[in-house]
Design a protein around this ligand. Sequence first.
Ligand SMILES: C[S@@+](CC[C@H](N)C(=O)[O-])C[C@H]1O[C@@H](n2cnc3c(N)ncnc32)[C@H](O)[C@@H]1O
Length: 274
Amino acid sequence: MTSKTFPVFRPYSRLARSYDAALGVPNFLRTRHAFRFLVRRYAIRFRSAADLGCGTGLFARYLAACWRVPVFAVDRSREMLRVARGNCCGSAVQFLEQDIRCLRLPQPVDLITANFDTLNHLVHRDEVRRLFCRVAENLRPGGWFIFDFVTPCQPLAGRRTWVRRYRHCGRELQQRIHWDPPRRLLSILIVERWAAHSPPAVEVHRERAYAPREIGRWLLDAGFVIRGVYDAATLRPARNCPSRLIVVVQARADHLRPDRSPRYRGAHQPEPQA
Ligand SMILES: C[S@@+](CC[C@H](N)C(=O)[O-])C[C@H]1O[C@@H](n2cnc3c(N)ncnc32)[C@H](O)[C@@H]1O
């Protein structure tokens, strides 16, 4: 079966319905575990948050419900946001249908997160650099940015192709991932079937793996202070180059000085930093 044979849908349009059962819930549990660890480790305090590439909103819901803060949940997929609205019903989550490359929150926040490959969906280096600048502009002074990303260091555990299958409520979802080392590109074919002989719905996703060093350089260029880099699998400080990293960075206390960001002039009084 190839994507030529069947119509190809926009990324995260058809997948939205099956996302939580196949990927969203197991991944959320890992993300929540890592987040709790990092909040303790860095004594992170926040009174507002945004989750970029929020998908079906599980992490945004967790932030709003367990940390009792208002949360902006940002995604460009209308279908993922529709599922997210259902998941977050009754919680203090405000949804923004936005492309994170042009991120513009209604007001700056204390914490921004981007979980589970969201950053890798930006396949051009300039887009990641731009994202880091947008994040810095949308954080309050001293605010935190926590995100993960896939590196070029054996992202498929040394394989070139990886096929995963999920079955849930009569649907079968197949995820066929191909790794192209020279271009550092992950091409992901998602095939969803309702029944064995029904025509499948196909989506094609592309992600780029980024080297830790380039990510570090762009974060510093955007004015962040890098507080910690962790192996996502072990939550130990990263020594070499694991396949997925979690990064904790902080905006400088003076980052949003009124003279540097007229947009937020007078919007917030900076809080004293510990
Ligand atoms: C792999 S999913 C991760 C979803 C969620 N963060 C999670 O942990 O399950 C990536 C999400 O990023 C969103 N996304 C990708 N590129 C984006 C962009 N440029 N702007 C906004 N959202 C984007 C996709 O629509 C999708 O919902």
